[in-house]
Design a protein around this ligand. Structure first.
Ligand code: FE2
Length: 299
């Protein structure tokens, strides 16, 4: 077929050229893309310059889209709740000041995580499009959790296989930035439990399912669970498992949240604009499985 796929890392991640994501792919193209996603887990599409509607339409091919929660009192900048605003801009397109709640909330993205692990139904694919990129910094780093699982010592594999972890968005927010949720936000986004080790459906490989969203490991003292989590995250994000993406305007990066972690890296976020927009297809097998979470209404 017409796709050119170039590996970006020895273990995972590839760039894909030869498809225009603004047009609906035919069945053969979709199958070829799916194969690339299953194998490489992080797929870069350079030079797409996609519009909001096309990005949403492409993401919807893989599941219903997650809705962006609103920060109380802060009107959204983007016109659809299916578009997560991963920018440092306010509703008027101005750079948000250091103390803005949206900035503080987004600081948690600098911790290693996988999107939506704090939900019962997590995220399948996230798609991030680059509109404005700062002159330096702000790379996104990705780590392959299948490769990390493969490399773990046998004793550790035995120790963690079958264990359950509890994930909460408020755990990562408390760790970095100190965003304080309202009682309404706490109710709207309760924690969720998932196995620490799962099988990635696309590649049938075993994978770690970990994130800085984890508050504790079920049946383990909190401190012991946190120490174990720290050890696993440090192991799984060693340089040999990490691909760092340096963004260019027009890039789209798609990643499989079921077998990777990622994190944002710092940049001069009060000096330069950065406009990135994320859509996220939820990991739903049956359409009826998905129920929209209660909307947090901005007062
Ligand atoms: Fe993320």
């Amino acid at each position: 077929m017409g796709l050119t796929i170039k590996p970006l890392h020895p273990l995972f991640a590839a760039s894909v050229i030869g498809v225009d994501l603004k047009r609906p792919p035919d069945a053969a193209m979709l199958a070829e893309l799916q194969q690339a996603f299953d194998r490489h887990a992080v797929v870069v599409f350079p030079g797409q310059f996609i519009d909001n509607e096309s990005q949403m339409a492409f993401s919807r091919l893989f599941g219903p889209l997650e809705l962006m929660p609103l920060v109380p009192g802060k009107p959204p900048r983007l016109p659809h709740r299916e578009l997560f605003d991963v920018s440092n801009l306010d509703e008027n397109g101005r750079i948000t000041p250091e103390t803005d709640e949206r900035r503080i909330y987004n600081l948690g993205n600098r911790l290693w995580h996988t999107d939506g692990s704090f939900r019962k139904i997590g995220a399948r694919y996230s798609l991030l499009s680059a509109h404005i990129v700062p002159p330096s910094g702000a790379d996104t780093e990705f780590a392959d959790m299948r490769a990390a699982w493969d490399a773990l010592p046998e004793a550790m594999k035995k120790r963690i296989d079958g264990r359950i972890a509890e994930h909460s968005i408020w755990t990562s927010r408390a760790k970095l930035g100190g965003y304080v949720p309202t009682s309404q936000e706490l109710r709207a986004r309760p924690p969720a439990r998932h196995p620490l080790v799962r099988t990635h459906p696309g590649s049938k490989r075993k994978t770690l399912y970990i994130a800085d969203h984890v508050s504790h490991i079920v049946g383990m003292p909190v401190e012991e669970g946190q120490a174990l989590l720290r050890e696993l995250i440090e192991f799984a994000t060693r340089p040999e498992f990490v691909y760092a993406h340096r963004w260019m305007p027009g890039d789209i990066v798609l990643w499989d949240n079921r077998c990777t972690m990622h994190r944002a890296t710092p940049f001069d976020d009060t000096g330069h604009p950065r406009d990135m927009r994320r859509t996220t297809a939820l990991d739903v097998e049956e359409p009826g499985e998905w129920v929209e979470e209660p909307v947090v209404v901005a007062p």
